[in-house]
Design a protein around this ligand. Structure first.
Ligand code: NAP
Ligand code: HSE
Length: 429
């Protein structure tokens, strides 16, 4: 069989690892897919940078669009990143000429996924993106193929390795947020712009792709409520532990009678449940289907090895001649889902107020919550000297998000807190 000639645009953390796999694992991969994989061309910004892989026999392109148009490649692999720019232009160029594409770029697909999937479909070629969601966990394959016959009711998980690494390390070591973030960047987990990781946008990119494959709709990034981990403090991590919970950045997509609810935010998950024990750079995804019930997937969510593993799996599919619809359903049928506003979300919450310890303060907190029909399940106040600021921590029963927001606004307006209240949603999966 003729070799599969591969062109890679982007030779950073992921691209260099993919190039290395193709170059060093050629024989083993050929035995699996019945076809030799050949790295024939690459593109990056700096030609002189050592990539740790022999590229002397490989054609170099300064311009990734020119690489996508090269007659020397049969498949184009985009590993540069970014929702537009060179990534979008080169993927579009490859698809326009009927070249299969593999990408790890969730930002690109979250913004332009339907248009790109339609372009691929019109040429009857694959556009594969396993590496874009949850790194080394083959969750796209699981949802699109293994669970393909299920009606998925809910899909959720820990989708950002950088945030999980930061939260776990802060919890274990008490080290400051910025210090641990710098370490995650050094390890190659973080995005080029780490605010995408810590601000929750990277998780949102992945969640809308997961939801699209799970529910059979177009990715709806602008229909996701997004909060990051910037405000999670060691104090909240410790209180969470006292109540039997850990704090994780979650992405949750739920099919409801009124539409799809999609949210990304720090959440408390109970010790002993599948997501609570997922540590470090690990990700985990839970899918709930009508036939299979609940299935849980855990693995490394970022870094060179896990991400290149997913890219290579997509390449093996292409070498084998496998083509599946990008989002599991024909691109022409993908519609924007009806989005349930976050105000309608119902769930329990952890609240932490910093108050001056004086008579009547708890009464004000309770009245503001009661006025919005928010009921308190448990409460904790650590003693200090009267007149000093103290934390008051509460766990509420299930409440409507819109009511909780109004109650917190009333508490701030009543002048009994010295800092903005902290609210962390609790998940009882
Ligand atoms: P990275 O280390 O920053 O590498 C980016 C590469 O793209 C670099 O080699 C850079 O060239 C090249 N590049 C950027 N702009 C270019 C342009 N205009 N023309 C040619 N080359 C260009 O990024 P990464 O971490 O490997 O991530 C790549 C993609 O994988 C992103 O979409 C990311 O979201 C996704 N992803 C990453 C991970 C991870 O753990 N890192 C996991 C899953 C998915 P130079 O080296 O010459 O600067
Ligand atoms: N920056 C991402 C993360 C890379 O930390 O999970 C994997 O998509």
């Amino acid at each position: 069989m003729t070799p599969l000639r591969i062109g890679i645009a982007g030779l950073g953390t992921v691209g260099a690892a993919v190039a290395q796999s193709i170059v060093s694992q050629g024989a083993a991969l050929a035995a699996k897919c019945g076809r030799t994989l050949e790295l024939t061309a690459v593109s990056a910004r700096d030609k002189r940078k050592d990539r740790g892989v022999a590229l002397t026999k490989v054609e170099w392109f300064d311009d990734p669009v020119k690489l996508a148009q090269s007659a020397q490649i049969d498949v184009f692999v985009e590993l540069m990143g970014g929702e537009g720019g060179a990534a979008k232009a080169s993927v579009e160029a490859a698809l326009a000429r009927g070249l299969p594409v593999v990408t790890a770029n969730k930002a690109l697909l979250a913004h332009h996924g339907v248009a790109l999937a339609k372009a691929a479909e019109s040429k009857n070629i694959p556009l594969n993106f396993e590496a874009a969601v949850a790194g080394g966990i083959p969750i796209i394959k699981a949802l699109r193929e293994g669970l393909g016959a299920n009606q998925i009711e809910r899909v959720y998980g820990i989708l950002n390795g950088t945030c999980n690494y930061i939260l776990t390390t802060m919890e274990a070591s008490g080290r400051a947020f910025a210090d641990v973030l710098a370490e995650a960047q050094k390890l190659g987990y973080a995005e080029a712009d780490p605010t995408f990781d810590i601000g929750g946008m990277d998780t949102a990119h992945k969640l809308c792709l997961l939801a699209a494959v799970a529910f059979g709709n177009a990715p709806a990034l602008d229909g996701i409520h997004v909060e990051g981990i910037e405000r999670v403090s060691i104090a909240d991590i410790k209180f969470a532990d006292e109540f039997g919970y850990r704090i994780k950045l979650l992405g949750v997509a739920t099919r409801t009678a009124n539409g799809i609810e999609q949210r990304v935010h720090p959440a408390m998950v109970q010790h002993g449940t599948p997501l609570a024990d997922v540590d470090g750079v690990f990700n985990a995804v839970v899918a709930e289907g009508d036939l299979a019930g609940k299935s849980v997937y855990e693995g490394r969510g970022a870094g060179a090895g896990p991400t290149s593993s997913a890219v290579m799996a997509d390449l093996l599919d292409i070498a084998r001649g496998v083509r599946l619809p990008t989002f599991g359903a024909p691109a022409s049928t993908l519609k924007r889902p009806v989005i349930v506003p976050m105000g309608e979300h119902i769930g329990p919450c952890y609240l932490r107020f910093t108050v001056i310890d004086r008579p009547g303060v708890i009464a004000v907190l309770s009245r503001c919550l009661a006025d919005q029909a928010v009921s308190i399940e448990s409460m904790l106040q650590r003693s200090r000297s009267p007149g000093e600021a103290v934390p008051v921590v509460m766990i509420t029963h299930e409440a409507r998000e819109a009511s909780m927001t109004k109650a917190l606004q009333a508490i701030v307006a009543a002048g009994v807190v010295t800092e903005q209240p902290v609210m962390i949603r609790m998940e009882r999966f």
